[in-house]
Design a protein around this ligand. Structure first.
Ligand SMILES: [Zn+2]
Length: 84
């Protein structure tokens, strides 16, 4: 098994890197006053949008999830700056 970051062969079981990026949904985002007065119109627009797009595309707009095996050295040197 090779490290997904540096490509070197991983000794032992390696380390699991999980990365998730998601829209920060809050309960307060959905309020009647935020939706507007014509709720039926907004719901119809949303249904039409969903019908036109594939499920995977919609999911990727909301959340992206990555999982990879990395070696000890990459684990040790991992920081938010190393994701640039
Ligand atoms: Zn590595």
């Amino acid at each position: 098994m090779k490290c997904k970051v540096c490509g070197k062969k991983i000794k032992g079981r390696g380390y699991t890197l999980k990365l998730i990026s998601y829209y920060p949904y809050r309960k307060t985002d959905i309020k009647i006053e935020n939706i507007g007065v014509d709720i039926n119109k907004e719901i119809k627009k949303l249904i039409n949008l969903v019908k036109k797009r594939r499920k995977k595309e919609i999911e990727e707009d909301i959340v992206k999830f990555f999982k990879a095996k990395i070696c000890y050295d990459c684990h040790k040197n991992l920081s938010i700056e190393s994701l640039k």
